[in-house]
Write a protein that binds this ligand. Sequence first.
Ligand code: RIB
Ligand code: CA
Length: 327
Amino acid sequence: MHKVIFDTDPGVDDAMALVFQTCHPEIELIGVTSVFGNATIETTTRNAVYLVERFAAPEVMVAQGAAGPLRGAAPPPIPHIHGHNGLGDIELAALPTQNRAARLDARPAHRFIIDTIRQHPNEINLIAVGPLTNLALALQEAPDIQHLVKQVIIMGGAFGINGVLGNVTPCAEANISADPDAADQVLTAAWKVTAAGLDVTQKAVMSTAYLDNLRQHGGEVGQFVWDVSRLYEQFHRDSADVHGIYVHDSSAVAYLVAPQLYEVRQGAVRVALDGLARGQTIQKPAAMGVPAPSWDGFKMQDVCVDVDVAGFLQLYFDTLTANAKAA
Ligand code: RIB
Ligand code: CA
């Protein structure tokens, strides 16, 4: 079993990544930590609680995280992508106060991350699919966790593979752009990070027909994925003429359970902290011989440079539909 802490800013694709984990038989979701990003911290935390209450095991708790980046202000919410409620404006049944309270851990997210990693040395997979502020705060408070975590997998960055650009600026992807300082700290730490950036996540398109098939065969979860993705799909159609959706955050989960679907490139990664390129993720490939002092000496991280798209789509479909059959 893969033990997971899921750090997230739900978010439509975050919600899809969460149900992917709750349906996967080899994932043990230990806890969920919220962060600002797709919406305010109040909204993303409310959504995380809603999602675990509806789909996760009763013992899975949510710890509320950062309301903004290490430096500067949080980006404004993006209702045209994720809806005013962060979950595609689907109807969210109000949770009884006692259920909500029972799901909320008293600790801030970074403390929950530290304590849980120390409780399970070398067992925790930290999957982070929002701005990396909680992880940076955890590192600052407890540097020992770099050596105690099993691995860190992020959805974040745009590495220019085959000319892939950012989605906030021509060079910056949203999760990194929201807190470049935190991202640079996370990517240069001694723990093992794998980054699934736009280079691979924009290849993994779920078409309308695929989502409809999931709705028909995926039981309650399949219906939820369909419902939650309607407005998100409209955004893709309007903004990029994509007839379907990018499934960004589930790529980080797929990497955990099926790393063979991804081709990775090794090398130190730095993040541009200021100026025109703020938020750009730049890897110095291990094979590159020239000295580059800003990269040299930092941990070699893995950047996903290609994905078996059919394999990824099959994995997601099989996971949700097998769960529906078992229910
Ligand atoms: O750039 C894609 C990322 O930004 C995803 O994590 C999505 O949820 C948004 O936060
Ligand atoms: Ca996200």
